[in-house]
Design a binder for this molecule. Structure first.
Ligand SMILES: *Cc1c(COP(=O)(O)O)cnc(C)c1O
Length: 439
């Protein structure tokens, strides 16, 4: 690795050069496009981001679970560079190329279930979710879409309707797409229900308020991302899956954040043996290049008329080459196992933090997708103020942490799986200091 794997602060964070560039950003970039931590990056790899001031920060966010294989991972760079030099675009719908088909073949092998599968490729997670809904509607001849409390599915019109949280994702952007219905999610920390009880509650809402006869699909994140890294109680997903199967409702797993080794398995659905009918993937799939996919039962995918799926850039050859490189990294370094290792380390550190700091109400997650939820001690009242203070301290000390959650009171830890152990340990030392300093 060419980039020194160290945290090194030579200026305040953000430093003077970053602040100068932030001023240019203010001049030229729409204010609606926010930045959480305005350090301008010049290089990244392993577990660090280097900025224009010469600071080196530890990355616990992976650009929101995207650079799972690490930034500029060797196989991603090699394959994408070769493809860049060969050709950059033809439009797969005009003249095809191998990389697209190769990615679809890999998806058939890696996604849950050993049934016959086919895929279609897109540019973003939201686009994948939209297309999963299109496929489910054509395949079933039904309209309604079920989603859950705290869900996040994207920022396009249909996926805004499917996303739960108003600010900042939906506010003022309506009217939204119709025929989207929301069911209660299993949220063990807040509802205390078993998986079976929570599933019965959700199914009751769907049966009473929508009706299986109208429902094309249920779309669910096996572990919710933006909504707060909510891990449903064991048994919840299998029960929803069984109900969907028995009622002719397509089960769509949105594995955009949880997929591709993040949780210690190739996909989070694998953990409880759930086999979705359709899987939406993006984020970790291509080591940082924009690519997304819908993979599913061949007969469902093939229910759409010729020409009904596609897009100018979907499955761009450079993005496909990057995905093949990312998958090579995942196999070569057994990244599901590495995610479990990192997860065990983080779970240990977070559990000991919880013993010291009563503000940590819940520690949850799986593999390298862990979170803590901050609440007024002894209650489930969210504490977004402390959350923001801890985050600010971490950022100032050169550790990139992300928050999330409907109530803005959750830290999510998503380190690249290429992070060295020593750096991960140091990052959590800083997190611990941040809790102490803000107590
Ligand atoms: C990020 C995300 C999306 C949207 O992906 P984009 O590439 O930002 O459109 C959808 N679903 C989940 C679970 C996500 O985490």
């Amino acid at each position: 690795m060419d980039i020194a794997q160290e945290r090194r602060l030579v200026t305040a964070v953000p430093g003077p050069e970053s602040l100068r560039r932030l001023e240019r950003k203010r001049q030229h970039v729409a204010d609606g496009v926010g930045t959480m931590l305005p350090v301008f990056v010049v290089a990244a790899g392993g577990g660090v981001l280097q900025d224009v001031d010469g600071n080196s920060l530890i990355d616990l966010g992976s650009g929101i679970a995207v650079t799972t294989v690490g930034n500029a991972a060797p196989h991603v760079v090699r394959r994408a560079s070769e493809q860049l030099a060969a050709f950059t675009h033809t439009c797969f719908m005009i003249t095809p190329y191998d990389g697209y088909v190769d990615v679809c073949a890999e998806l058939a092998e890696l996604t849950p279930g050993d049934h016959a599968k086919k895929s279609a490729l897109f540019n973003s997670g939201a686009e994948a979710v939209e297309n999963a809904v299109k496929v489910a509607r054509v395949a079933t001849g039904k309209d309604a879409v079920a989603v859950f409390d705290h869900a996040y599915h994207g920022r396009t019109n249909l996926t805004m309707a499917m996303t739960a949280k108003n600010m900042p994702y939906k506010n003022g952007f309506g009217p939204f797409a119709g025929e989207v219905y929301r069911a209660p999610m299993s949220y063990p920390f807040r509802d205390g229900l078993s998986g079976e009880e929570a599933a019965a509650r959700a199914i009751d809402v769907l049966e009473k308020q929508v009706g299986a006869a109208n429902l094309a699909c249920v779309v669910i994140e096996p572990i919710q991302g933006e909504g707060g890294f909510i891990v449903p109680a064991p048994g919840f997903l299998p029960a929803i899956a069984a109900w969907a199967r028995e009622n002719g409702v397509v089960l769509v797993a949105d594995e955009i954040q949880s997929g591709f080794c993040r949780t210690g398995a190739w996909f989070a659905s694998d953990d409880e043996g759930v086999v979705p009918d359709l899987v939406a993937t993006a984020k970790g799939i291509a080591g940082g290049l924009p690519l997304a996919a819908v993979t599913g039962r061949a007969e469902l995918m093939d229910s759409v008329h010729a020409g009904g799926l596609g897009g100018t850039y979907g499955g761009n050859p450079v993005a496909c080459a990057a995905a093949l490189g990312a998958i090579e990294e995942m196999r070569e370094h057994d990244l599901p196992a590495r995610a479990r290792e990192i997860g065990a380390t983080m779970a240990g550190r977070l559990a000991s933090l919880q013993e010291t700091y009563a503000v940590i109400g819940d520690v949850r997650g799986r593999g390298a997708m862990m979170a803590v939820e901050l609440c007024t001690p002894g209650t489930t009242d969210p504490d977004p103020v402390r959350t923001a203070a801890v985050a600010a301290h971490c950022h100032a000390q050169g550790v990139v942490v992300l928050t999330c959650g409907t109530y803005g009171n959750v830290f999510r830890f998503l380190p690249p799986l290429s992070i060295p152990d020593a750096l991960l340990a140091e990052a959590f030392d800083v997190v611990e200091e941040a809790f102490a300093a803000t107590a």
